[in-house]
Write a protein that binds this ligand. Structure first.
Ligand SMILES: [Zn+2]
Length: 67
């Protein structure tokens, strides 16, 4: 398998809390929710957020982002 040389500016990636896909953080948003009684940030991709996914205990406001 040919190995591709890493790009100079290595993209930051994170796993979407909703669909479990690993994506560039530029395509993700962080939503505040609660888990086990503690506030926590959930990283989800914009696609999931636009589809209406919200973390448990979500009490913030999600603003749609231009792509
Ligand atoms: Zn997602």
């Amino acid at each position: 398998m040919p190995s591709e040389k890493a790009k100079d500016n290595k993209a930051l990636v994170a796993t979407c809390a909703a669909c479990n896909k690993t994506q560039s953080t530029e395509l993700m948003v962080s939503l505040a929710g609660r888990e086990n009684g503690r506030s926590q940030q959930f990283a989800v991709c914009i696609t999931c957020a636009d589809n209406g996914w919200r973390p448990p205990g979500f009490n913030g406001v999600y603003t749609f982002r231009p792509r």
